[in-house]
Design a protein around this ligand. Structure first.
Ligand code: PPS
Length: 304
C-alpha cells in the first residue's frame, strides 16, 4: 500500500495508454519491447513456481491461493502488500516501480512465485530447461471476453473498447493484448504433456475450491491441515477478496483504475456472458469456437 500511495503521482503521470507491439504476431504491451531480450533470456531456477494465465482468467485469485499455501494460511502475511507487488509479473515494467519485474524476480529469494500472461511459445526457455512447476488457469472464453471488455473500460492504460461488439471482434481475431485466447489455452494444454504443468479451470475452482486446492497441494507436494485449507478457501473467496484492499486494486488512483465504471473484482461468476452476448453473437461465437478448437481435447464449461 505504501508503494502505491507514495508513487500515485508517478503512476498517474507515467502509466499512459499501452500501445501494442507484436512478437510472433502476439500483441504485447509496447513497454515490453525494449526489455524483450532480457525477458526472454530470464534465468529461471528449478524451484520457481510459475503462474501462467490468459488475461482475466483468475490470475489474482490463483495468486492469492498460492500465496496462502506458501505462507501456511497466514492471512496477515498475505496482506503484506498489494498483489501486484507481492509477486513479479515476468514480462512487465510498471512506471511506479524502479525496476522491471524480471529484475525484481532476480533479486527475490527462493522459492519464487512468478506470474505471466505469455503464451507457452514465448516463455523464457530457461523455465522449460529448469523444469519449473507451472500452474496454468484457463477460463471459458465467453466470460473471459466479457471480463476483459470491462477491464478495458475501467483501466485508463488500456485502449477504450468502444462497445462490446467492437471488443468482441478484436477478441475473436486475437487482436487484444496477449493475442488469441484459443492459441493460448491450446498452447499450454499441449505443453502439459511434456512439462510439469497443473492445468486448472476457473469454473472448477469456483464449483469446488476444496477439490482444486487439494490438487494444487498434491502438485506442490505440500501438506496442510484441514483448518488451514478451510482458511485458504475462505480468504480467497470472491466476497472476501473483493473487500481486501491488498487484492482489489481500490488503493490505486482512480485515474488509472476507475472502479465506479467497473470494479476490478467485478462479478467473479461463470455465466455472466449471458448478460452480454446477443443470440446471434453467441451462435457465431460457438461456430468459430468449433473451428478453432477442432481436434483439441480441451473442454470448457460456460456456466456451473
Ligand atoms: S488480470 O487483470 O488479467 O490479471 O485479471 P485476472 O485476475 O486474471 O482475472 C480477473 C477476473 O477474475 C475474477 N476474480 C475472481 N473470481 C472468483 N473468485 C475470486 N476469488 C476471484 N478473484 C478475482 C475477477 O472478478 C475477474 O472476473 P470478472 O468476471 O470480471 O468478475
Amino acid at each position: 500500500m505504501a508503494m502505491i500511495e507514495k508513487n500515485a503521482p508517478t503512476m498517474e503521470k507515467e502509466l499512459k495508454l499501452f500501445s501494442i507491439w507484436e512478437v510472433d504476431e502476439v500483441p504485447l504491451p509496447e513497454l515490453t519491447k525494449e526489455l524483450w531480450d532480457q525477458i526472454y533470456n530470464f534465468q529461471a531456477k528449478p524451484d520457481d513456481l510459475i503462474l501462467a494465465t490468459y488475461p482475466k482468467s483468475g490470475t489474482h485469485w490463483m495468486q492469492e491461493i498460492l500465496d496462502m499455501i506458501q505462507n501456511d494460511g497466514d492471512v496477515e502475511k498475505c496482506k503484506r502488500d498489494h498483489s501486484l507487488h507481492r509477486y513479479p509479473f515476468l514480462e512487465l515494467k510498471f512506471p511506479h516501480k524502479e525496476k522491471p519485474d524480471w529484475v525484481i524476480a532476480l533479486e527475490m529469494s527462493s522459492p519464487r512465485l512468478i506470474k505471466t500472461h505469455l503464451p507457452s511459445h514465448l516463455i523464457p526457455p530457461s523455465i522449460w530447461k529448469e523444469n519449473c512447476k507451472i500452474v496454468y488457469v484457463a477460463r471459458n472464453p465467453k466470460d473471459c471476453l466479457v471480463s476483459y471488455y470491462h477491464f478495458h473500460r475501467m483501466a485508463s492504460y488500456l485502449p477504450d473498447p468502444q462497445n462490446l461488439e467492437e471488443f468482441y471482434e478484436k477478441f475473436v481475431l486475437g487482436k487484444v493484448f496477449y493475442g488469441s485466447w484459443f492459441d493460448h489455452v491450446k498452447g499450454w494444454w499441449a505443453a502439459k504433456d511434456t512439462h510439469q504443468i497443473l492445468y486448472l479451470f476457473y469454473e472448477d475452482i469456483k464449483k469446488d475450491p476444496k477439490r482444486e486446492i487439494e490438487k494444487i497441494l498434491k502438485f506442490l507436494e505440500k501438506d496442510i491441515s484441514e483448518e488451514i485449507l478451510n482458511k485458504i478457501i475462505y480468504h480467497t473467496s470472491f466476497d472476501v477478496m473483493k473487500q481486501n484492499p491488498m487484492a482489489n486494486y481500490t488503493t490505486w488512483p482512480t485515474s488509472i483504475m476507475d472502479h465506479s465504471i467497473s470494479p476490478f473484482m467485478r462479478k467473479g461468476m461463470p455465466g455472466d456472458w449471458k448478460n452480454y452476448f446477443t443470440v446471434a453473437q453467441n451462435e457465431e461465437f460457438d461456430k468459430d469456437y468449433q473451428n478453432k478448437m477442432a481436434g483439441s481435447t480441451l473442454t470448457f464449461r460456460t456456466e456451473i
